[in-house]
Design a protein around this ligand. Structure first.
Ligand code: NAP
Length: 250
């Protein structure tokens, strides 16, 4: 960590930060000098490993379990971070799941689970931080959506609908909070190598990526860090930034 990167005494909450993209975001925000609340749902051991890694490199972090698709758990999560850190400057809504299947055979439970977490969780966390952020007249919210929310994907009706919903939610909350000094943006990754994409037809997908390689969690994390901490991002709100190797060119 270089001293020029230090932004002292800011706090970030990253949902789903025990693994994959969320883990990389947590590490990168800690490197930028923020204290990071590492949320997870089931992977306590992995979340503690992320915290240890951050502390070992001179940063500050702690882990908090909460299922962010549940209203009461989100309320508990946000009040715990506020008690522990005194404020939340940055919220990264990253937690997400897939339950893929063709429309014709998709179970209602797989529809609901994905919508409740990927879209409902973003709503619940954003609503819960809005009051403290409005009070401090400052905040940055970054929602992790997906290129499939922009272009659709066969076999992912639930997932792509949830991610398209996040785009609407991002723009509406950006308009609602703009006068309060809070920016809200979305980052739309393409194919990033994580547990989520393990076992997918990699060769086929690779052909659709002009840059000819899969993305890494760090590719996504560096854009999130820019939106969350860079003074240059102060005037950016309601935007969607794709990190997809050129997979979808609008
Ligand atoms: P991942 O490796 O499967 O990690 C998912 C993370 O979400 C884990 O930390 C997990 O925590 C957490 N999580 C799951 N359910 C949760 C819940 N109910 N409450 C709180 N946390 C929960 O996934 P990823 O690939 O890093 O994806 C991260 C985000 O990027 C997701 O929103 C995903 O849709 C999006 N995205 C990914 C890709 C990609 O190619 N990988 C592309 C576009 C968008 P536990 O370990 O405790 O379960």
């Amino acid at each position: 960590m270089t001293s020029s990167e230090m932004v002292p005494s800011e706090t970030a909450l990253v949902t789903g930060a025990s693994r994959g993209i969320g883990r990389a975001i947590a590490i990168s925000l800690a490197e930028a000098g923020l204290e990071v609340a590492v949320n997870y749902s089931n992977s306590a051991h992995e979340a503690e490993k992320v915290v240890k890694e951050i502390i070992a490199s001179g940063g500050n972090a702690y882990a908090i379990q909460a299922n962010v698709s549940e209203e009461q758990e989100v309320e508990r999560l946000i009040s715990t971070v506020l008690e522990r850190s005194g404020k939340i400057d940055v919220l990264v809504n990253n937690a997400g799941i897939t339950r893929d299947g063709l429309m014709m055979r998709m179970k209602i439970n797989d529809w609901k689970k994905v919508i409740d977490l990927n879209l409902g969780g973003v709503f619940l966390c954003t609503r819960a931080v809005s009051r403290p952020m409005i009070k401090q007249k400052k905040g940055r919210v970054i929602n992790i959506t997906s290129v499939v929310g922009l272009m659709g994907n066969a076999g992912q009706a639930n997932y792509s609908a949830s991610k398209a919903g996040v785009l609407g939610l991002t723009k509406s909350s950006a308009k609602e909070f703009a006068s309060r000094g809070i920016t809200v943006n979305a980052v739309a990754p393409g194919f990033i190598s994580t547990d989520m994409t393990k076992g997918l037809a990699a060769d086929e997908i690779l052909k659709s990526i002009p840059l000819g390689k899969f993305g890494t969690p760090e590719h996504v994390a560096s854009i999130v860090k820019f939106l969350a901490t860079d003074p240059g991002a102060e005037y950016i709100t309601g935007q969607v930034i794709q990190v997809d190797g050129g997979m979808l060119m609008n």
